[in-house]
Design a protein around this ligand. Structure first.
Ligand code: R1P
Ligand code: URA
Length: 293
């Protein structure tokens, strides 16, 4: 059995090989252009698009003990990583911070995930969120304070160049009727803060959809990570300070139409993952990066 690695530095833990504590990557194992997904199977499907090495495998693959799955290789000769992070804003936070810690120069990160929609998109359509808000449960409401049950943050924007490139690639592939841009709500639950009803718990969320769309009429998607990616990109800094060092965008497949209650079938997901995956890779390649920052 492999020996556990010793960890040092309680502020930013790394092991004796220089790998970060949760994502378990060290310098040289992750590229500056990254696609992040939730589902590890989706990362494996994307790996098939990467340039094949002599043994038919990407250059590097690692499953961390905390559920992060990383694949690094090249796409049309350019280094690219795929990192599956699981679900939720805190997993996005681990991923962005730990990858930033072991890379130099600017990073371009695209989240390729799934989402629910309140419309006008439908199941099987693609949404490119040009901005995102966080919707978080306001715990004090549930202990009796006179506050709203959910907090809705101010919006944070995606990288406009990457979003435009992504939307253009996707429209070419899927047609303008099936690609939507707009505001995304990143929620801290798949259930309560996404307005799902659950008789087992008090969630006070019956008016949430209407409240979200009244406050942000362009709000179209609901998912669980994108806001954190855009937020961290917006506060990222270079060694010299100032300019953000992380550029970020997202594309999401609509799995759930929350007004009609339709849910996508598996065959459609497989078809979307392969076609949309290529558009995401092409966008990453077309994103100019200052790798010497
Ligand atoms: C919930 O089913 C998960 O699916 C969405 C949500 O953001 C959440 O992580 O994204 P992924 O398909 O990327 O996992
Ligand atoms: N992912 C989510 O977070 N919500 C949905 O409704 C579908 C996918």
């Amino acid at each position: 059995m492999a020996q556990p690695h010793e960890i040092s530095n309680a502020n930013f833990p790394v092991d004796d090989q220089g790998r970060t504590y949760h994502v378990e990557l060290k310098p040289g194992q992750v590229a500056n252009r990254i696609i992040t997904v939730g589902d590890p199977d989706r990362a494996d499907k994307f790996a098939a698009f990467l340039d094949q090495t002599r043994d038919g495998q990407p250059l590097f693959r690692h499953q961390s003990h905390r559920g992060f799955y990383s694949i690094t290789g090249t796409y049309r000769g350019v280094p690219v990583s795929l990192v599956a992070i699981g679900m939720g804003m805190s997993m996005m936070d681990f991923f962005v911070r730990e990858v930033r810690a072991v890379t130099t120069g600017s990073l371009a990160i695209i989240r390729f995930g799934s989402c629910g929609t309140l419309g006008p998109a439908d199941v099987g359509d693609i949404i490119v969120p040009t901005e995102a808000v966080a919707v978080t449960r306001n715990y004090d409401y549930f202990t009796g304070d006179a506050v709203p049950p959910y907090h809705i943050s101010q919006p944070v924007a995606a990288d406009p160049v990457m979003s435009e490139l992504l939307a253009t690639q996707l429209v070419k592939l899927r047609g303008a009727d099936h690609v939507f841009t707009g505001l995304n709500a990143t929620c801290d639950s798949f259930y309560s803060s996404q307005g799902r009803t659950d008789p087992q718990f008090t969630d006070a969320n019956l008016g949430l959809f209407d409240e979200l769309q009244a406050r942000y009429p362009t709000m179209t998607s609901l998912e669980m990570e994108t806001f954190m990616l855009y937020h961290l990109a917006s506060v990222s800094q270079t060694a010299t300070g100032g300019t953000p060092s992380v550029r970020a965008a997202a594309a999401m497949m609509v799995f759930a139409q929350r007004r009609t209650n339709a849910f996508i079938d598996k065959a459609r997901v497989a078809e979307l993952e392969t076609t949309v995956g290529l558009a995401v890779l092409e966008t990453l390649l077309a994103t100019p990066l200052n790798e010497a920052t």
